[in-house]
Design a protein around this ligand. Structure first.
Ligand code: ZN
Length: 326
């Protein structure tokens, strides 16, 4: 969990304009979880780890997608051969990450679609003994992308209606924003939070469910405390902006010096915990700017569960995450 050395890669695939199944494929490539013979041989004893197509000794994922002659032929049709052959890698993710630094987004969309077709070609070959010509694979890949683009263009007007609803704002450069929210029921509370960087990229989040009666203010305070805890546990030490749509909490924090209530004491503890960060503050925003946190919160509340997530957040919030940044 958290963001590791391949943050660049995960962030780039999140921005890919491909069909969802190709984004999923890219995610699997990044995690090396596709069933190559090499992979199967580590699980099943006596399984031949060689490449079924060219007879190479070991069929790693890199081999299947990049080095196997058929794949290489497909890639070279697009004139990518020079970048492809020049360097050896241990893992697919290193190779793709390198490429992402040279190719623009559109070229990357095409590349991933092509690789996806290479992978399908490999499977067809194994399962059905069907051998496709390199040119055919490439043509299929480019048709797929073209269709998707046309479909996307037709959808565009639907998104650009003239309704002005205030939306979540990206934090300034080098600042992490943490939105949180709480839902209060008769005898239970749900809370949710989401951590995003200056691009609106989700670094993590989560939420929970707690039994017991609470006021809205107590619940919001709890969500605030949990957000600080989560940021600390992810070791986010940057400049941090906490954001809530509960104005009472922000007011209390600003007047906490004179506040002798229990909540006042808890808020003082929160501001003391701010020392963990380079800088931190709590700001207020409108409800329509806090939708992702609200959705996480609602999910926790309705499912009565606790969960933390990293960059692969629950699918329910995906649309809201995207609409916040578009
Ligand atoms: Zn091969």
């Amino acid at each position: 969990m958290g963001y590791g050395p391949h943050r660049f890669f995960w962030k780039a695939i999140w921005k890919l304009d491909t069909l969802p199944k190709i984004r999923v494929f890219t995610w699997r490539v990044g995690h090396e979880i596709l069933p190559t013979n090499c992979k199967i041989a580590t699980i099943r004893q006596g399984f031949d780890k060689g490449c079924p197509r060219c007879g190479a000794e070991t069929e790693t994922l890199l081999h299947a997608l990049k080095d196997c002659p058929t794949s290489r032929a497909v890639l070279s049709i697009r004139g990518w051969s020079r970048i492809f052959i020049s360097k050896n890698y241990d893992r697919c993710i290193d190779w793709l990450e390198d490429l992402m630094r040279v190719l623009d987004k559109r070229a990357m969309d095409d590349l991933m679609t092509t690789l996806w077709n290479c992978w399908n070609n490999r499977n067809n070959y194994i399962l059905r003994g069907k051998k496709e010509e390199a040119k055919q694979i490439w043509e299929r890949a480019s048709n797929l992308n073209r269709e998707f683009r046309i479909c996307n263009m037709m959808n565009e007007p639907l998104l650009s209606q003239n309704i002005v609803v205030k939306r979540w704002k990206k934090p300034p450069k080098d600042v992490i924003k943490i939105n949180f929210d709480a839902t209060v029921g008769e005898n239970s509370t749900g809370y949710g939070m989401v951590i995003r960087d200056e691009d609106g990229f989700v670094l993590g989040g989560g939420g929970g469910f707690k039994e017991g009666r609470r006021s809205v203010e107590q619940a919001e305070c709890m969500a605030f405390e949990e957000s600080i805890k989560l940021a600390c546990s992810l070791n986010i030490k940057d400049h941090v902006l906490f954001e809530t749509d509960h104005v009472g909490l922000v007011n209390r924090l600003n007047n906490s010096a004179n506040d002798i209530t229990t909540i006042g004491a808890r808020i003082k503890d929160c501001t003391a915990a701010f020392n963990f960060f380079k800088s931190a503050s709590l700001i207020w925003t409108e409800r329509s700017c806090n939708t992702v946190a609200h959705l996480v919160c609602k999910k926790m509340y309705s499912e009565a569960k606790n969960c933390l997530f990293g960059m692969d957040y629950p699918s329910e919030i995906h649309d809201a995450v995207i609409s916040d940044v578009s």
